[in-house]
Design a protein around this ligand. Structure first.
Ligand code: ADP
Length: 526
């Protein structure tokens, strides 16, 4: 840093220094010194050094001011010594002190002014920097942004509120020109590049028609209500029409400032969520479709089990009917034996009816109410439903139900479907690997205060290493005829009820799938 830049301040950042002002100050000081020392003019000439200081203050830094003040004080003392030497009288000494005091006070005041000026400069430059940063974010961000002047609109709404209006929608119904009037009060200030890309150059320009920003009167009135209520943010999903007539769904957000003066620059932002919403809808439709498909597949799987189960009571009914006929044909008929057989027929018919009822419950869409489900009973019922498959595949099921596990809060048929899916997967895994010991261990437990769990552990080959990450991904399957939706649906079914599903390999071999299920707090004491 050069001595010039230490002593003299620059006119503007990047420009040259105020050398001219410095030279004038030095010349003036020299003239004052000459008059004070070499002329007979009586009076406090040295006080004029104050003028030098004032001039120098326009051009010099704080250090420069101190240097010049010290210079002027030295010149005053030097002149005093040269003209009066040791014979100075009281009046001249007082004049000397007067001049030095004036110099001191002026220097202090100028230093204070200079400090205030520097503070102001630094505040200004911070302000400029922040404005530039805001500009650059505004221009370059990929979020569509508009600056709008809402000050007139806010003033008008405050007047409306002062008349006692609190419900904008009701007010708009009684005042047909209200919405148009409000729209007319909003002034567009600026739009960024992303805004132009989103809606097209015309709508995004300075003269943006308001309705292209908030389509539909209802949403616009909601926004007015937010201003009236003094809310700090207004957010909504709205439909907008672009310049080329395309409809888009956007997430609109308006930051409403707390300071009324800032309503002249309100920032409106929009994020295009059209694609996302379409994907979400398509996914939900596909999930629902697959849910239906998976239920249909289950009907197929269960019909075999149903036929098997009904076979036994129906066969028994036929045998008992024949027996009844035989006892009746006797002479005299054995009515006691007829009664016994008829009672057995009633019991078997009831069993057949229960089997059908259970299956109907499992498939009925109306049967989707949340209830407290006892895990022991549910596992028992489900295994009874799967008895045929288990027998056919030679699989043994070992159930280990821990005591004191409270019921879980779930839709019973959903949990049953998940369990059937996991057991079916286990049977298939053991069949594919041609396991000699086919055992499925089903255990219940209480992993934490809020959840109960059911673990399904098979004695199959376990989950293949590079399959682990994709296990729950939709349409992932390693089976030739698999759909790859079973585990994905099971997981989302449980998650929708506050539970979860995880699968991994058991240290003793085979795969283990664990369901965590929500316990309704009061269920524990029920
Ligand atoms: P799918 O049964 O139609 O293949 P799932 O989503 O039910 O669909 O299963 C996905 C994949 O997870 C299966 O193809 C299989 O590779 C693997 N998997 C599921 N359960 C087991 C299990 N008990 N043991 C080993 N691998 C399993």
């Amino acid at each position: 840093m050069s001595i010039v830049s230490i002593l003299l301040r620059a006119r503007d950042p990047g420009e040259g220094h105020n050398v001219a002002f410095g030279l004038i100050a030095v010349t003036l000081a020299t003239i004052i010194f000459y008059i004070d020392t070499y002329t007979d003019i009586e009076g406090a000439i040295a006080v004029l050094y104050v003028v030098t200081m004032l001039l120098a203050a326009q051009a010099t830094t704080r250090i420069g001011l101190l240097v010049i003040a010290a210079g002027c004080a030295s010149l005053t003392l030097l002149s005093y010594a040269m003209t009066h030497g040791e014979e100075a009288d009281l009046q001249e000494t007082l004049r000397l002190f007067g001049a030095l005091s004036a110099l001191f006070v002026t220097t202090m005041l100028l230093l204070k002014t200079e400090t205030a000026r520097l503070n102001l400069l630094s505040t200004n430059s911070a302000l400029k920097e922040s404005e530039a940063r805001y500009r650059s974010i505004f221009d370059r961000t990929r979020v569509a942004l508009w600056e709008r002047d809402f000050s007139k609109l806010r003033r008008y709404l405050m007047d409306v509120r002062a008349q006692g209006v609190t419900d904008i929608k009701a007010y708009a119904r009684t005042n047909s020109t209200f919405v148009d009037h409000c729209i007319g009060l909003i002034k567009a200030v600026e739009a960024n590049e992303a805004a132009r890309e989103l809606l097209g150059p015309i709508s995004s320009g300075i003269g943006i028609p308001q309705r292209s920003l908030i389509a539909g009167e209802e949403k616009f009135l909601d926004m007015l209500q937010a201003i009236l209520n003094g809310d700090r943010i207004f957010e909504d999903k709205v439909e907008v029409r672009t310049d080329n007539g395309e409809d888009k769904l956007v997430l609109l957000s308006i930051s409403l400032p707390g300071d009324p003066a800032a309503f002249s620059r309100v920032v409106v932002s929009m994020v295009d969520v059209t694609q996302r919403e379409m994907v979400l809808k398509a996914r939900a439709d596909a999930q629902a479709e697959l849910m239906r498909a998976s239920k249909a597949a289950m009907v197929g799987a269960m019909s075999a089990s149903l036929a098997h189960e009904l076979n036994q009571p129906l066969g028994a009914i036929v045998v008992n009917s024949q027996t009844v006929l035989r006892w009746l044909d006797r002479d005299p008929p054995d009515l006691a034996a007829v009664r016994r057989s008829a009672e057995r027929m009633v019991r078997d018919s009831q069993r057949a009816s229960e089997i059908i009822q259970n299956t109907r419950n499992l498939l009925s869409p109306s049967n989707s109410k949340l209830e407290n489900v006892c895990l022991d009973r549910l596992i028992g019922e489900t295994m009874a439903l799967m008895e045929y498959e288990l027998q056919q595949s030679g699989t043994a099921v070992l159930v280990d139900c821990k005591p004191h596990v409270p019921p879980v809060w779930i839709v019973k048929t959903e949990l049953q479907q998940v369990l059937i899916n996991l057991v079916t997967n286990a049977i298939q895994a053991m069949e594919e690997a041609e396991s000699t010991r086919r055992i499925i261990r089903i255990a219940t437990g209480r992993p934490d205060i809020e959840h109960a769990c059911i673990a399904v552990h098979d004695s199959g080959p376990g989950i293949v290493e590079d399959v682990k990450d994709k296990l729950f991904a939709p349409f992932f399957t390693t089976k030739a005829t698999g759909m790859g939706m079973g585990l994905s649906i099971c997981r989302s079914t449980l998650e929708a009820r506050g539970g979860k599903l995880d699968g991994t390999n058991h240290p003793d071999g085979g795969a283990i799938f664990e369901m965590h299920l929500l316990i309704k707090p009061e269920a524990e004491h029920a």
